[in-house]
Design a protein around this ligand. Sequence first.
Ligand code: G3I
Length: 372
Amino acid sequence: MAAESTAISRCTVLSRWLLLAVSLTVACGGNPATTVTGPPPPLPRQLDPLRKVIADRGLKIGIGTAIGSLFNNTTDPAAGQYMTVLTREFNVITPENDMKFGPLRPAQNQFRFVRADSMVAFAAANGMKVRGHTLVWHQQLASWLTGGSWTTDQVKALLDEHITTVVSHYKGQLSAWDVVNEAFDDDGGARTASFWYSKIGSGYVEQAFKTARAADPDTPLFYNDYNIEGMNAKSDAVYAMLADFKARGVPVDGIGVQMHLIAGALPPLASIQQNFARLAGLGLKIHITELDVRMNLPATQEMLATQAQNYRDVFNICLQQSACEMVVMWGFTDRSSWVPGTFPGQGDALIFDSSFQPKPAYTAINNLLAGK
Ligand code: G3I
């Protein structure tokens, strides 16, 4: 049955964490349409902040955001409003870039933890959980690594050294790790255009999970990917890998479904539900890890309404699947999103506009969580 956009009475009794974590997207193509100073715009009447809505209803939900360049920013006039909305609405953070290999390790013997540490400290000071992103990826690597002439054994040792150092550094401080990100192509084949694959072969994925578990036995370990929302060749391949890992005792605890979506063009909701059900059947936690719903610009009222429904439907699917613990949106303000820089002519993918006005999508999510 397609997920209905109805209030979910179960969510009042669910004893699971639905973490609404918003990973602030920074960077490329942020749209600072207006200078924003002073307090952020007020929420629509009768709407409490997401964090309060969830607490008042006794939902086991954490609300928070990852932090990008607007965090602790001392030059952007929007930084103050960003931090106000961030703390008001969200109590989970997910570093958008600062825990990735390149930003974290500019030189082989230099780990730059300061910025990510400040995020973790901010989270602790504000009752926020932290989702680690990401230990092993084919992008945002360091030039000393990709430019080196390494043997396979050297790369295996470098992988273990990196994971062990980073995971040990944050041991006991995170609620999840994206251990490996995006290891498959859309046709379901292995992503061979990857430094790790080219040097180690497909075994780097299993190696990464085993090494992460050895460094931290308690933090849940996730595989994270995009275009695996519904039933398709890629999600089939991911499912097969995870089923094999579970069968062989390879330490994996969850699946991160990124959900970078296009307004009005979601996969069929029933297909997403079917995919989530089979993943849950493996005993995996499900996190929606990078939800955003982009549209062609300029945005129209009609498309904003469609976007609102899309957001509500995705949250509803998570609320209805007991294994789905977390919804991560890849940013919360259109002022700062990866989308315009990656998809020219598209944007407005998030739930606050570039002036921190809540959009229809915010209201739709808020109403759903409030049981309306
Ligand atoms: O920090 C440097 C800055 O010093 C430099 O001046 C500037 C210009 O070169 O680049 C800055 O780094 C940029 C970084 O974002 C921080 O802004 C990188 O060039 C840029 O490539 C990087 O983009 C990030 C992208 O991952 C990397 O591929 C996006 O912000 C981030 O939103 C995006 O997030 C990924 C997830 O991690 C995985 N899933 C897909 C998602 C979207 O691509």
